[in-house]
Design a protein around this ligand. Sequence first.
Ligand code: GLN
Length: 537
Amino acid sequence: MKKTKYVFVTGGVTSSLGKGIIAASLAKLLQKRGYSVTIQKLDPYINIDPGTLNPYEHGECFVTDDGAETDLDLGHYERFLNIPTSQANNVTTGRIYQSVINKERKGEFLGKTVQIIPHITDEIKHRIQLLGKTGDYDIVITEIGGTIGDIESLPYVEAVRQLLWEFGHENAVSIHLTLIPYLAAAGELKTKPTQHSVKMLMQSGVSPDILVCRTEHKLNDGIKRKLALFCNVQEDAIIESLDAETIYDVPNLMLEEKLDEVVLKKMKLPVDNKPKLKDWNAFLNKHKNPKNTIEVGLIGKYVELHDAYKSIAESFIHAGATNEVKVNINWIHSDELTPENVPSKLKGLDGILVAPGFGDRGIEGKIDAVKYAREKKIPFFGICLGMQMAVIEFSRNILGLKDAFSTEMNPNTPHPVINLMEEQNSVVDKGGTMRLGAWKCKLADDSKVKSIYKKEIIEERHRHRYEFNNTYLEQIENAGMIATGKNPDTNLVEIIELKYHPWFVGVQYHPEYKSTVLNPHPLFVDFVKAALEHSLK
Ligand code: GLN
């Protein structure tokens, strides 16, 4: 049973400063010094989880093994730390209120007036300590979403204030991440926004122990001294965070700035073991020195916002490094594809990935892209909706089932090759009701996927409502599209492959959620390899 210490990360001045990456980088350094660490994200919005959010709002919804639909920062945590997260790692205001209101309805507050302080803050404190109470972690890092000064973050900052006081200085530290803007006209870095942000934090009773300052230019000693003086922070705890070439550089940058050392010293934990970053740096070295470049098309309907496909893009970085190639992602809007323009729009691609998604916007463009990849024998990777579109394309164009479709797009299709499972028919609520989380899948002998995974039973994460309709299985397999992965308990089709094609794989699950820096996903690695071979032809 470990005695857990806590690190709280808040953000000031603006959003999008990269709190998640700083938290993940600090966690990586601590982990590589031998500490067991996990990271948690508290999101101040009222949705119960981001599962019902349009990707344009907050980017991708990341799914954990236990089926939690979470913020995309959890993806960074897993990719950096190489350990899985769970529902306990992401809590929203909606979830906090939901549990407090449920308790109130059960009469658990014994007639008391239920209030933000203490009831909401107590629930926040309880959620923060849940991971620590497992006894598995030396250090839990809690990232508070939003920016200091937001009305919605106030209860969180209050909960942090109480915990810092209850735990005492040696058991908890507070990191504040801010921006030091550069005024080109004055040729100067400006500390005032940070001073104001810290002042606002202090008004809530939280005094930061460490300031991490995002900046485009190096902070000179004068600036550091000024920040220390005005913000009540020791000078060695003013950490410069320069813009990095890649997010994967940030652990090394934070190491140079001694962020991990400062945190450990404040918590009176040993700093003798230097972080062992050999494997991390080996990855970085390969990532930065590719021997070849390949062009991969990512066909989706949210491509304007790359964050909507964050885990896929990162999986390509991991798989690219393994193959020592640079994967150039061509972001292609499925809405803009037609049978006529597909040859010109997809020309020159070495691999085509049809992305996950919901609803019918841009759906025919995805089907056209599958057809092109199938006929031109370009490596094809279909993920979730992408796999479903591959089945539809095959049914329409090879089996001649003209109007084959998914009942998601056409409930009255004469050929519902993709349809709802029995138990989904009665579901009306949208939130948290899909097939979610890790499910087993058995791989067929002599399949490409078995040779790639090199095992028979795999577990992958799901997030979908619709499924391959097994009524069509025999017909589809006889024509050359083989179900090479099935759920061993339910027989649901999880993977399809094309027989006469160099690399054509569709998966009903989301492999991208499991790719990490130190464990690149085998399917992405092999797809990139196939695309590389295609490019060298
Ligand atoms: N919309 C499809 C379904 O619900 C696919 C979902 C996805 O791509 N994540 O089954």
